[in-house]
Design a binder for this molecule. Structure first.
Ligand code: NAD
Length: 438
């Protein structure tokens, strides 16, 4: 089967590569010529573990190609996936559908024969029907169906998530489209991964509901963490005790500096907006958005306490700027709230991140980049762990404490313990939802 994938970002490229690994003939399209040139040279424009090898394997096998020419890409394709960005629209929190609708128009003008136009981008309820209207208007003669196929992969584990999904959700209106989608996902059917076929609206809603629910879970434990700090409880023990309850589960119960990334912030805002548009405010989601902002602000207060009330003139070393480990994605990362607050208040900030510099340089003006966490900590007044990269999970804390001007550690991912910090010679240690010392 021939598939065209529009958009070669974190979702489009991973999906395209994985579909080609299923044995399909995949053409990936992007309007960014630099991205396509890189891909044609065999370079992966994003950092995603394992993607380079899988991509090379399928290019070599002749099943995977890249182009900027959408019309050529969709010629003969039975399915065209739209995997373009749906960022927050400036001003109102809505998902910006400009890129989706532009792609739909382009597909309409270029398509020749029956094709299923599949939206993989995260889009508000009703968008697939809108896509259908756009295409019908542009090409009343075209034989086509639309399908909604939201993506649930996580950056950093994207290939595994795509190849071994908890479920695949497919929203369709016709049997014919359902059959095309079943053919595409046949390798997963054969391995008995659940494929849920729904109507268009339900598929669209599943994605927002799932992401908002996960954001609720993270924010809930972050709020409990703040209460743990006031009451003397230890949030790590609390989340373990909660997570062992099968009805709750232990995932997404790790307290931290607030959720960020390319999905949760924009998808919670979009869901809140969808609710408002339908006269039914999503009160839980709206509260979560507000509380998450407070969580990030609380981090700044915590750091301020460790700096004795002033950042001015302090040297602060920050380990990790990406929104989570194993990705270079900086979109809505907590570092983008926390670090500018430090720089703005007069701190000299040094940062180290295994993959974050390429994206981060433009987003974090006024910081000095270091490759090595030990160099980063040299002569610093405070060390902040912001992203739990493996590289920061087994630091030689003694060596770090010796190198620092004032050995203070803010462990915003609860990687270490009071005992670790004391043994290493730190003078102060703070984490999330647990007692610290100063
Ligand atoms: P991205 O910004 O990384 O990539 C989008 C790509 O689409 C860009 O390379 C852009 O140049 C390209 N593009 C835009 N318009 C185009 C057009 N008309 N023709 C060809 N290319 C075009 O975005 P992403 O992170 O991959 O997200 C894509 C969608 O998937 C979003 O709706 C997002 O919410 C959803 N999603 C993302 C993730 C994730 O972890 N990133 C997970 C699940 C779902």
């Amino acid at each position: 089967m021939k598939i065209a994938m529009i958009g070669t970002g974190y979702v489009g490229l991973v999906s395209g590569v994985c579909f080609s690994d299923f044995g399909h003939d995949v053409v990936c399209v992007d309007k960014n010529p630099e991205k396509i040139a890189m891909l044609e040279r065999g370079e992966v424009p994003i950092f995603e573990p394992g993607l380079d090898t899988l991509m090379a394997k399928n290019v070599e096998a002749g099943r995977l190609t890249f182009t900027t020419d959408l019309a050529a890409a969709i010629d003969g394709a039975e399915a065209v996936f739209i995997a373009v960005g749906t960022p927050t629209r400036r001003g109102d929190g809505h998902a910006d559908l400009t890129y989706v609708m532009a792609a739909a128009e382009e597909i309409a003008h270029a398509a020749k024969d029956y094709v299923v136009i599949v939206t993989k981008s995260t889009v508000p309820v009703g968008t697939n029907r809108q896509v259908k209207q756009v295409i019908k208007k542009a090409r009343p003669d075209l034989d086509f169906d639309v399908a909604s196929n939201p993506e649930f992969l996580r950056e950093g584990a994207a290939i595994d998530d795509f190849m071994k999904p908890d479920r695949v959700v497919v929203g369709v209106q016709t049997e014919r489209a359902a059959e095309v989608m079943a053919d595409i996902y046949r390798p997963l059917y054969l391995r008995e991964f659940p494929i849920l076929t729904t109507d268009l609206e339900s598929a669209e809603m599943v994605k927002y509901a799932a992401n908002a629910f996960l954001a609720v879970k993270i924010t809930f434990i972050n709020e409990i963490a703040a209460l743990c700090e006031r009451t003397g409880a230890d949030v790590k023990q609390v989340s373990k005790g909660m997570g062992l309850d099968g009805r709750i589960g232990n995932k997404f119960l790790h307290a931290g500096p607030g959720y960020g990334g390319s999905c949760f912030p924009k998808d919670t805002k979009a869901l809140a907006r969808i609710g408002q548009d339908h006269g039914l405010p999503m009160q839980i989601t709206e509260t979560v958005i507000k509380v998450n902002e407070e969580v990030k602000r609380r981090m700044i207060d915590k750091l301020l306490d460790l700096c004795n009330g002033s950042f001015n003139g302090k040297t602060i070393a920050v380990l990790g700027v990406t929104f989570k480990p194993n990705t270079d994605d900086m979109r809505d990362a907590p570092s983008l709230t926390i670090i500018p607050a430090l720089v703005g208040a007069g701190a000299k900030v040094r940062v180290a991140d295994p993959q974050g510099q390429r994206e981060g340089e433009a987003l974090l003006p006024g910081v000095v980049w270091q490759e090595d966490p030990y160099k980063c900590a040299h002569n610093a007044d405070l060390l902040v762990i912001l992203t739990e990269w493996n590289e920061f999970r087994a630091l030689d804390l003694k060596r770090i404490a010796r190198k620092m001007n004032t050995p203070c550690l803010a462990d915003l991912r609860n990687i270490y313990s009071i005992q670790d910090a004391k043994r290493a010679g730190f003078e102060a240690y703070e984490s999330i939802g647990r007692a610290g010392f100063a």
